[in-house]
Design a protein around this ligand. Structure first.
Ligand SMILES: [Zn+2]
Length: 208
């Protein structure tokens, strides 16, 4: 049957989201209708608030600060000379939740199976290279381009993750005194996003 227009509009929007099929989108739209008005208003307002989110110019994580840096990059207690390269925001959140890591991050964004970086990803890599070369100059090598102490490649333990790692090592490998990757504590084929804290902590400890 033809759905009432307000339901159809919400369902069309929801169906654009990852892992939401058209039937599920319709079910969710009806579920929202069943909520009280206050809950619907809160849902709409919280989504609307996302428009005010900014992207950190250094690591590309989200923030709401007045300047262009996220809470991690602006924190003087975080080691700016250790950089963990991750694919997406949710990976950063999972790794950060372990409380084990005191460096900073760099989000490259989802890399496709072709293993070719999109233009916007090339710009991100360029931004990281310039930051390292300009800001992490080694006192022992004045006048030389800077180098990070460590770049950690934290991609999923899948064949795509391995491809992503070798791609990024090629781009960034020269910019660190030490390159490492997460230990194999993560189950092969698993995803960082869904790994528990303990598994991720041990993968961090056993990075090599
Ligand atoms: Zn940042």
């Amino acid at each position: 049957m033809k759905l009432p227009l307000p339901i159809q509009r919400v369902a069309d929007e929801l169906a654009e989201l990852p892992s939401i099929g058209p039937r599920q989108a319709i079910r969710l739209a009806f579920y929202i209708v069943g909520q009280n008005k206050e809950a619907v208003r809160n849902l709409a307002a919280s989504i609307d608030d996302l428009r005010n989110i900014k992207i950190c110019e250094r690591c590309f994580f989200i923030h709401q600060n007045a300047d262009n840096l996220c809470d991690i990059c602006r924190n003087p207690n975080r080691n700016q000379r250790a950089i963990m390269v991750v694919e997406k925001e949710t990976d950063l959140v999972s790794l950060e939740n372990t409380g084990k890591y005191t460096g900073r991050y760099f989000i490259i964004g989802e890399i496709t199976k072709t293993g070719i970086l999109e233009d916007w990803q090339k710009l991100r890599v360029q931004a990281l290279k310039s930051f390292i070369e300009k800001n992490l100059v080694d006192a022992a090598r004045p006048g030389e381009p800077g180098r990070a102490d460590e770049v950690i490649f934290a991609f999923n333990p899948t064949s795509l993750g391995d491809l992503q790692t070798s791609l990024l090592v090629k781009e960034l490998g020269q910019l660190a005194k030490k390159n490492s990757r997460l230990g194999r504590g993560l189950p092969t084929g698993g995803e960082i996003e869904f790994a528990d804290d303990e598994t991720l902590s041990s993968a961090l400890d056993r990075r090599s």
